[in-house]
Design a protein around this ligand. Structure first.
Ligand SMILES: [Zn+2]
Length: 207
């Protein structure tokens, strides 16, 4: 993508963000009628659902879902940042397919594991991992997500976050997982390292 195209994309994203903020403000009174104490929270989720219509929050572990929705409500109302979900829960069969594809593409299991993990190791399959967008929103989450138990866990995946009960040591890539698998905090909380990441998928701005 050229710089010019990128600039146009940024402009479009900013216009959509402004419209989303306006929509949320208009929806607050509607939400207030049904749930006075949660009006801003609900209006934010509705507006983000309209902005990111392809996102699917189903299948996330309850603690992951609560952390994500509350974190993005704060990002939205306090700092005007929009955070959308590109990929959350994946069933084991889907993760196995993505992993097999990556093995074929890269030619080896070791190479594939730099970007994708098999189902038994994936945080997406456990409902604990979130791939988010846009990059600006991910930066916000990297900075503030810890308050909600959401952490970036890989150097090579700015979009991938996981719910943890303690801050993890960030790994270079998913394939570095054997190191983290022995980390007490992760064993205690039952969380696995995750991900696929998939440059191709993320390059298309989806998943
Ligand atoms: Zn991921």
């Amino acid at each position: 993508m050229s710089r010019g195209e990128s600039g146009l994309g940024d402009q479009k994203a900013e216009v959509l963000a402004a419209l989303t903020r306006l929509t949320a403000m208009l929806l607050v009174p509607v939400a207030f009628c049904g749930a006075p104490g949660r009006a801003r929270f609900l209006a934010c989720q509705w507006a983000l659902g309209l902005r990111f219509p392809a996102e699917d929050l189903r299948g996330l572990a309850p603690e992951t879902l609560a952390a994500f929705t509350h974190a993005r409500a704060e990002a939205f109302w306090r700092h005007g940042q929009l955070i959308g979900l590109t990929s959350g829960y994946r069933d084991p069969a889907e993760q196995r397919r993505i992993f097999a594809e990556e093995v074929r593409r890269t030619g080896s299991v070791a190479a594939a594991r730099r970007r994708v993990l098999p189902p038994e190791e994936s945080g997406h399959v456990r409902g604990l991992a979130l791939d988010v967008r846009p990059a600006q929103g991910a930066r916000w989450l990297e900075q503030h997500g810890g308050r909600y138990g959401l952490y970036r866990v890989y150097d090579n995946e700015w979009w991938h976050f996981e719910y943890r009960t303690a801050a993890p040591v960030r790994l270079p890539h998913p394939g570095a997982a054997p190191y983290a698998r022995d980390t007490p905090c992760c064993l205690a909380s039952g969380h696995a390292r995750a991900d696929r990441g998939g440059r191709a998928l993320h390059g298309r701005g989806r998943t």
